[in-house]
Design a protein around this ligand. Sequence first.
Ligand code: C2O
Ligand code: CU
Length: 476
Amino acid sequence: VLAACTSSTDSAPGRLIGPTAPRVQAVERGRQTTGQTRTHPLTAQVSQVDLGGVQANTWTYDGTLPGREIRVRTGDLVEVPLTNRLPTETTIHWHGLPLRNDMDGVPDLTQAPIAAGDTFTYRFVADTPGTFWFHPHTGVHLDRGLYAPLIVEDPAEPGGYDQDWTVVLDDWIDGTGTTPDEVFATLRQGMGGMGSMPGMGSGGPMLMGATSPLLGDDAGDIAYPYYLINGRLPAAPATFTARPGQRARIRFINAGGDTAFRVALGGHRMSVIHTDGFPVQPVSTDALLIGMGERYDVLVTLNDGVFPLVALAEGKNATARALVRTGAGRAPAPGARPVELDCALVGYPALRPTANVALPAKPVDVEHRLELTGNMMSYKWGINGRQLDLDTRPRVREGQRVRVTLANTTMMWHPMHLHGHTFQINGTGPRKDTVIVLPRKTVTCDFDADNPGQWMVHCHNIYHAEAGMAAILGYE
Ligand code: C2O
Ligand code: CU
């Protein structure tokens, strides 16, 4: 996205950043704040991390993978001085949070990229509770380990749990490369026979044609060497401990670049209570499917023993895992596959927002149809046939009820993300900021235009986004 943004700015200097700034300030003044400032300095740096027996040279926030969680209360002012010790420019996008536009972290759209060696301070009111996360919005940098949770607690929420766990899912390459082509080249060289897999045109990715019963024929483009939960390989998993009978809230975040995960906790059913930070009427399930960028919060009443928390890389025949330990016993083998993974799986149609967050009924004022276009052979992913088109951005006006219709014309699924807003899907469905659009299917996304600015809408397969499956929704 960076390259496209930069060249477009060049041809239209000043056009992107200027006009909305004063109105954005006004919006921030309208946000409810506790008056508390939470300062959380970050350094983006080159690091060596231990994945559990494997040392990886990569990029991190402050040397850890994932980066340290930021946890604040609703209405706190979040202040993050970010020092860039990477060999290239960076930014941070606060995924899912409807914050002021000038803090949204999209280079050359909402801010100038932060040059190597520079510091930039993000400062915004986090007035929406929920499970969020953050990552760079430059190149495919998030696929190198630059990601971390952002939890906004709601003091008004009933709670009713003893443990609060964050589970970050990731597909991992020991990354050299910051552009899709570099990453694909690394994969081709480094992964034995995989480089000679059939199929992709030059510049295209590895794989795959991996079929997933849930996602269709092209579940993913890339066969990663590793899949991680909280930065750990299955042989040396992160372990969560509790007492039998306790209730745990588990916050799942998919920080992967090109992998949907199917997750289950062996020996348990989960009650889904939030998706993308927004509460839903609780639904009980054995397993969940989580696309890149999506989050799910669940409640689980814990049994006695040692249980595998497994994330199956959908269509890729590989798993990541953590352990939940509430009693004595041996850990199940690293390859153990809980039966729950193949049992009932909750889908969007089963999810309903709670009454307090359902979008009030109102006629749609403006509708934009975004066709997802492209194919694996050309790897020219786009929206309405164009690659990151900055000139024909769909427009909205403040106060409008907006419907964005995402129509997937491709043979591959796409997790589509809109910045700065949370939309309600398919009329009465859950409120989300990232939604899986299956091959040949259509999803409607309704929201109120209440956060002025210039906002990206893009596929959260970051390779697809980089290839051009991105557009900008602009307030007039
Ligand atoms: Cu999590 Cu524009 O992205
Ligand atoms: Cu996509």
